[in-house]
Design a protein around this ligand. Structure first.
Ligand code: WQD
Length: 344
């Protein structure tokens, strides 16, 4: 079944790639975004990539009246993919109330409106941060939720609970929670990618900006962890592969294949890579030498986490396909494209 999908945060990094994959799968897409961390020209680039211009509304999901107006204007929305959220771990520590209001009120508004407008299901953008430092690796969906290390991570945990409680209260909606590991890379066209405003906190944008000479040196946060080379380990998932997981989730909802009304899936490759391994892989894949140095640990970082993606592979029918080398090359091509366009 093809449907009409509301993508909140659809001009963002993962949102924009997901819009393209939804369009390729034959769905009609409506984007809502307040452009607090992205720009409207992403809609133009989505159209260039897919050949289809999605409807776009510049609105804030925390504004209930505005969201009511959206559903009135765009009749017949069948499902929602909810990306819109503030997502900087460090900033969430400095401004917790902004994160709680933005990330939680926006979800509450959507859940309240869904039954009123016969919206069948919601795919929620969650994160592996809910696991904290897992006791066992690779981490499965059954792993215990650990106390969040930041208000950002806490909003993901709280939102998962809000969805469960809403469904348990008898709301007629269905939900799939996708727990992302570390999304990286860019669209092969180099028309879509991660556009960090200011100094990037995440590893890959900082790494590619260093490779381009925008940053003098890449600091590796910690070389004394209990890992083979002393640096932290993560599960880096290609953003296009991640986007495709959302198409599988939407299909599962429309085809009534869910085994429970709220399902959880880890969306990762199943392979852990250390920061130093990633740096060396980037150098080999692009031929670009990176200037980096090992410095003190970053507070709040967990030591190592990577997914057991077998539930998503077997039940969702989704699997990460892109190699880390191609993913890092796509990130590098995107960085060079930003320079060409005079953006960075
Ligand atoms: C990865 C590794 C750093 C920058 C966060 C959120 C998670 C998700 C992804 C939104 C760590 C190291 C980083 C640098 C470094 N966000 N690093 N030098 O912290 O694993 O996850 O972003 O959904 O929810 O928690 O990602 O890219 O910041 O760090 O050495 O300049 O790279 O210490 O080991 P993280 P990250």
């Amino acid at each position: 079944m093809k449907g009409k999908i509301l993508v909140t945060g659809g001009t963002g990094f993962i949102g924009s790639h997901t819009v393209v994959e939804l369009q390729k799968a034959g769905h009609e897409v409506v984007i809502v975004d307040n452009l607090s961390n992205s720009s409207a020209d992403v809609v133009d680039n989505i159209e260039k990539v897919s050949g289809i211009r999605p409807a776009f509304e510049k609105l804030d999901c925390t504004n209930l009246d505005a969201m009511k107006g959206l559903f009135e204007k765009h009749k017949g929305i069948n499902a929602i993919i909810h990306f819109a959220a503030s997502k900087a771990v460090g900033e969430s520590v400095e401004k917790p109330l902004l994160y709680y209001r933005n990330n939680i009120v926006s979800l509450i508004n959507l859940l309240e409106l869904m039954p009123k407008y016969a919206v069948e299901g919601i795919v929620f953008s969650s994160s592996c941060t809910v696991y904290g430092q897992p006791d066992k690796l690779p981490v499965t969906e059954e792993a215990p939720i650990k106390k969040a290390e930041s208000p950002y991570g806490n909003t993901k945990q709280i939102n998962e609970e809000i969805i469960r409680d809403t469904v348990a209260s008898g709301s007629p909606i269905k939900s799939i929670l996708l727990r992302y590991f570390n999304p990286i890379g860019a669209h092969p066209s180099a028309l879509l990618g991660e556009l960090p405003l200011g100094v990037p906190c995440n590893l890959i944008p900082y790494l590619t900006q260093t490779a381009l000479g925008l940053r003098k040196i890449l600091n590796v946060f910690g070389g004394d962890y209990n890992t083979p080379d002393g640096s932290c380990i993560r599960d880096y998932i290609n953003v296009v592969d991640l986007a495709k997981a959302h198409v599988f989730a939407i299909a599962r909802i429309f085809e009534n294949k869910q085994k429970e009304k709220v399902e959880v899936f880890n969306i990762g490759t199943g392979q852990g890579l250390s920061v130093l391994e990633l740096i060396h892989t980037f150098e080999k894949a692009t031929g670009v030498k990176l200037n980096y140095k090992i410095v003190d640990r970053r507070p709040g970082d967990i030591e190592q986490v990577w997914a057991d993606p077998s539930k998503a592979n077997n039940e969702l029918g989704w699997k990460a396909e892109t190699t880390i080398e191609d993913t890092l090359r796509s990130a590098w091509n995107w960085q060079k494209e930003l320079r060409k366009r005079g953006i960075q």
